[in-house]
Design a binder for this molecule. Sequence first.
Ligand code: PHE
Length: 375
Amino acid sequence: MKLFAMVVVLAVLFTGATLVSCGGSTEFKLGGVGPVTGEAATFGVSTKQGIEMAVAEWNAKGGVLGKQIKLYFADDKGDPAEGATVYTKLIQQDKVSAIVGTVMSKVTLAGAPIAQSSKVPMISPTSTNEKVTQVGDFIYRACFIDPFQGTVGAMFAFNDLKAKKAACIFDVGNDYTKGLSEAFKAKWEALGGQLVGYEAHATGTTDFKAQLTKIIQQKPDVLYVSDYYNDVALIAKQARELGYKGPLVGGDGWDSPELVKIGGAAVENGFFTNHYSPADIRPIVQDFVKKFKDKYNAEPDALAALAYDATYIMLNAVKTAGKADGSAIRDALAKTDLGVVSGQVKFDANRNPIKSAVIIEIKGGKQVYKTTVNP
Ligand code: PHE
């Protein structure tokens, strides 16, 4: 009887001890967000792969804060309302301590205020619209911003393509494409270029002929298309059908294997600014490309690279903070000085890293690295 009582007491004590140790959570919860479905689904697929690969590498080395990292990944469908829903779910239900996401600026702008008011630090791998990090001090990004990207595009068109007359076409319902065209226009005019067309189209449209006809009548030397790849491919096809033979220039939103699949010959003589090139010979890049190919049997695009980088930046900050506390992680993020695939990352006062851009040419159905442009 006595022995039985002792066993019971021990069992209670043991269970209690186990419960206490579980109370502090045995894993570090990391949120991830990307558009795995919707208008730009390859963006989300690449992003998820990049985050998962980084998390697997950290876990193989013991995780962070002495715990394994558990990833809670959510699909925002490329939709701002859905983005707000999944940010709320990750924070309130899954109780993540930090978020890597999301991709499209218009969706990040819907999620960021939720992370900010909940004091959950987040880093967008790829949202380039200037307003994103202005949401608050918990909001970081791993990429350059559109004022820089538009400037690089305008200088390339003016100096390298020797264009004198440019026209822009953009999605008026998308912060990214609208902002990027504005940045291109500002630099283009500052350089003394002539702007012969500036045409908006609605989100979800597939017929761009009215805008393109108007633009092409003005005989531009270059067409700046700041859309995402699906729209770019259709715009290129329709512009070619209408007789436009000149170069097309655009931004990182072109980066998808789908661009040449849909656009075919129409996207040849196309150039876009991007964050990284898998052809970069730096060892950190080649090592990443090899590991990614081994794991996913595909070449990593910029979205995969930046998602991988953003995850490293965030986990490095968690490690530096020494605890899963939002404000401590935020403060550690501010002090980041880390070499990642897309470059050396240090944040300015607006939580934006200063990074170089690459220019990619579409040639023979492939993305060919042309040059690197420093800020
Ligand atoms: N920069 C885009 C945005 O802000 C997203 C993007 C980044 C798309 C990189 C493709 C490649 O909306």
